[in-house]
Ligand binder design. Sequence first.
Ligand code: NAD
Length: 246
Amino acid sequence: MGKLEGKVAIITGAASGIGEAIAKLYLAEGARVVLTDLPGHGLEAMFSGPNVHCLELDVTADDSAEAVVAAANAKFGGLDILVNNAGIALGKQFEDTTDEDFDRIMAVNVRSVFRTSRAAVPSLKARGAGRIINLGSIMSGTGGPLLAAYGCSKHAVAGLSKGMACDLGQYGITVNYLQPGSIWTGMSKPFMEDAGFRQYWETKAPMGRIGDPHDVAVAALFLATDEASFISGAGLAVDGGAAIRF
Ligand SMILES: NC(=O)c1ccc[n+]([C@@H]2O[C@H](COP(=O)([O-])OP(=O)(O)OC[C@H]3O[C@@H](n4cnc5c(N)ncnc54)[C@H](O)[C@@H]3O)[C@@H](O)[C@H]2O)c1
């Protein structure tokens, strides 16, 4: 029997990288999943079957949070797990970062997590238990060059997760955030093309490599299981040990 047999999960940003890996692993472990990504990113061509429902939407759109939760209820009769994965990166000098850059990264990486989680709470409460897993970053706990706005958004994910954990524990809902280091995905590809950047992260991690999306997915699986019911408000590093070298 799969570790998520009978569970219903929402995974945002599932057409690429970490979200795609989480979606595949959750499906393999028996979950029924509602997957979202931006229109035109090929989500429906990637995932199909009776245990999958795909929604093309922008997580920053006003009605997206309610729409995705409504889909979980309508298609699969409820909701147990929400993975707020959709995110964008920005590598830019602080002085060159515009108001539009800052507002956009906060809207995608933070506001959507807030809004989708809030929309999910009634359905999770109705189950008497729930899991919210947010994608933070190694930058949730430190800073990096060209990453002021991105790092700010990921620190906010950590703060939001801890506050939500405090308020939602009474309903049996845990809230945790993952802190990946450098992982091979579409987001990191442009950065990895710089050999110096890649080498920096390979040597920063005691494990001596860049991570794979599956490395993050197994952590997202663990936090989603019934066995993880006493872990809440935690940030789980998935970085090959990179953070301990800062
Ligand atoms: N790759 C890394 O090294 C790394 C490290 C730490 C944290 N993270 C975090 O992991 C998460 C996943 O990143 P990834 O590396 O897999 O990136 P990715 O670019 O491969 O995947 C992100 C997905 O989110 C989707 N998305 C972006 N904006 C969206 C929007 N407005 N509405 C709906 N979907 C949207 C994209 O289309 C894409 O499919 C992000 O939150 C990211 O910040 C990644």
